[in-house]
Design a protein. Sequence first.
Length: 457
Amino acid sequence: MSMASQVEYGAAPLKLGVGKEFGAFAAKVAFADLPADVVHEGRRGVLDWLGCAIAGSRHPTIAKLLAGVTALGSLERVPVIAHGRKLGIMEGALVNGQMGHVLDFDDTHMEGVVLHNSSPVLAALFATAETGTFTGQDLITAYALAFEAGVRVGKASPAHHDGGWHLTGTLGSIAAGVAVARLLGLDTQQMIHALGIATTQAAGMQQNRGTMSKSFHAGKAASNGVLAAFLAREGFDSSDEIIEGRRGFSRIFSTVSKPEAMLFELGTDWHIVRNGYKPYACGIVLHPMIDGMIELQRRGLTPDQVAAIEVTVNPGTVRITGVKEPQTGLQSKFSVYHSAAVAFLDGNAGREQYSDRRAVAPEVVAMRAKVSVATDEGFRRDEAHAVIVDNAGIRHEAHIDHASGTRDNPMSDAAMEAKFLLNAEPVLGKERAAQLAQTVWQIDTLADIREILHLAS
C-alpha cells in the first residue's frame, strides 16, 4: 500500500494578502486623501449617470421591471428616479441601476476593462443613503473606491471579458459592494468580507446583449453590492482571498490571473480620472466609427450620393457589435451596420437613433445594406476609419484617432452638462433639471446626499 501524497483543499489559503491589503486601503482612505481631479471626476460621473437614469426611466423595459418588482412587494424607502414612488433598499438599487444602463448611454471605463461602473455603484450608494445621513464627501470617496475595486479586479483577471462575461454585472457587483461598505464606514475585516460577498454574487452574460437582461445586470449588481455590505456589517463572512485565491475570481473567471494588479500603485493612481463618457447611446466601441460617419455627413454628402460605406474598426468592435439586421432598438445598439447608417442619415447617434422605430425604418435598412466592415488589429478600440464611396467612385475618408468622450478626447464640463440637460429636461422640466445639475456640481458640500435622489424623483 502506497502513501497518498498530501493534497491541499482547493480553497486552501495562498497567503498572498491581496484581498486583505485592498480591504484595509478601502476601509481607511478618507476624502482628504483624494486628489482634486478625483473629486471633480466624481462630480462629472454623478451628473452623467443621473441624466442617463432619468432619460432611461421612460424606457418600456423599466415599466416591465417595476411591474415585476411591485408584484413581489417591497417596502417604501428609496425614491425611484422620475417615478414619484419608493421601493425597498435592494429593489430601489435594482430599478435605479437598470434605469442608468438601459439606454447604453452611461459612462464606460476602457483601460484594460470595458466597464459601466456608475450604474451599479451610484444606484447602490443612493439607495443606501436612505438608511442614514451621509455627506457628499462620503459618497465621492465611496464612488472613487468603486473604480479602484472594479477596474483593478478586471486587470487582475485580464481574460475575463473574453470568457463571455458582461463586466458591468460581474465587476459591477464587486465595485458596488466595496462602495457601499465604504459609505457605511465598515472596518477592515468587514470590508474584506463585503468584497468577498459581493464577488461571490458576480454574474452577467454577454449573450444577453440586445435584450432587457443586459441592463438588468447593472441593476442586479447594484442590489448585490447593497446586500454584500449590509451582510458584512452584521458579521457575515467570506473568504479573505476572494480575488487571488486558488478558487478565487481571477482564477476561475479568467484564464489568465494577475492578482498583483489589484495593488499596483494603489492610492497613487486613481482610475476614476480616466473614466469615459458617451456622446452616443450605444456600445462604446462604436463611437469612433460614428464620429467618422458624422464627419463625412457634415461635408455635405447626401444619402442619394452614397454607393457604398466602408468602415474599418478594431476587431473587438465586430465581436461585440456584429448584429447585421437588428429588429429592436436594444439590438441596434450592438450593430455596427445600423450605427454607421443612422450616424450618416441623422448626423447623430442619440436615443432616437436607437429606438424601435429607427431600427426598422426603410431608409435605415436600405443604408445599412451598403455598409461593409473590415478590421485592423493595429487599431485601438477608440480608433476607426470611415469611407463613403459616391456614385462617381470618389472616396471620401475620415480617420478618427480617439473617439469623442474617451480619455484622450474627453467631453468638457459644458458638454457633460448639455448632455445631462438633454436627458433630464423632457422628464423633470427645465427648472428642476437645472436645479439638480447645480446641486450635483456642488455635491461635495452637501450635508445629506438624499437631497439629490429626491430632486431626481
